[in-house]
Design a protein around this ligand. Structure first.
Ligand SMILES: Nc1ncnc2c1ncn2[C@@H]1O[C@H](COP(=O)(O)OP(=O)(O)OP(=O)(O)O)[C@@H](O)[C@H]1O
Ligand SMILES: [Mg+2]
Length: 247
């Protein structure tokens, strides 16, 4: 079982859109996939219509081992795609993790899934917290969307330094460009200079496209919504690069 995360300390950069599209593409590629929406805002759920949080189950029960992780999973949202929607009790994840001193809780929660799941995708909230540390520790690779602006580059450098100082494996951080507007000179320049400005940059640029925004409205991944669009092609390229990283 491989574990990847989509993470950035910056909000609204395309983490969730990428996580959902890659999860769908992986499942279409015969890979038994589980997408876990770790953000209590629950944006992934908008993109996968019908996958409401399961009632009655709580994070505390999960962490105490009283409810197995399987009871949080929506099976087969699409064939070979399982989903753990955001749960309002997940907003306390950081507090709960702070109370636990006994190793990486996220790793323990994911362990029982290893037999039937090939790929776990963690859609992370834009925070730099205890949960983030555990994600950075447990993930085989962490994909970081970068909007091509100097501010984003700065925030990338901060994340890189944070991972380095905490010894969380900087090499697994893989940035890729997101929301790229080719009409903007700065976007063109930064995408071109990506490999020079960031370590381990993927050769992938997701364009800024209104069809991506429509995913939320229609509750569908882009491959289902408009497979012929340039953006859908870019997400397929992203999945191909991730596959190369992992296997
Ligand atoms: N390539 C794109 N082109 C145009 N709009 C996009 C693109 N990617 C994402 N969006 C839109 O931008 C907004 C933020 O995207 P998304 O939710 O994927 O970002 P995020 O990084 O997960 O945000 P958060 O930090 O709040 O979790 C959404 O409204 C989404 O539809
Ligand atoms: Mg998100």
């Amino acid at each position: 079982m491989r574990i990847i995360a989509f993470y950035s300390p910056k909000g609204g950069v395309g983490k969730t859109a990428a996580a959902v599209n890659v999860a769908y593409l992986a499942s279409k590629d015969n890979c038994q996939t589980l997408l876990w929406d770790l953000d209590p805002q629950g944006a992934s759920s908008f993109y996968l219509s019908g996958a409401e949080p399961l009632k009655g189950n709580k994070l505390s029960k999960l962490l105490e081992g009283k409810s197995p992780i399987a009871t949080f999973i929506h099976s087969d949202v699409y064939p070979r795609l399982d989903f753990i929607p955001a749960h309002s009790s997940f907003r306390n994840f950081d507090i709960k993790l702070d109370q636990e001193t006994d190793g990486n809780q996220l790793k323990k929660l994911l362990a029982p899934l290893s037999e039937e799941t090939s790929l776990v995708i963690l859609d992370c909230p834009p925070t730099l917290s205890r949960l983030t540390e555990q994600v950075l520790e447990v993930a085989d690779q962490v994909y970081v969307p970068l909007v091509p602006t100097w501010l984003s580059m700065n925030s990338w450098n901060q994340l890189h330094d944070f991972a380095k100082s905490k010894k969380l494996g900087v090499k697994k951080l893989r940035p890729f460009f997101s929301m790229v507007d080719r009409r903007k000179k700065l976007h063109q320049e930064l995408v071109k200079r990506g490999p020079e400005l960031t370590a381990n940059c993927l050769d992938v640029a997701i364009p800024y496209a209104s069809v991506v925004e429509r995913m939320g409205e229609e509750g569908q991944p882009l491959e289902k919504l408009d497979a012929k669009s340039t953006a859908a092609g870019a997400y397929r390229q992203l999945w191909a690069s991730i596959k190369k990283d992992l296997w």
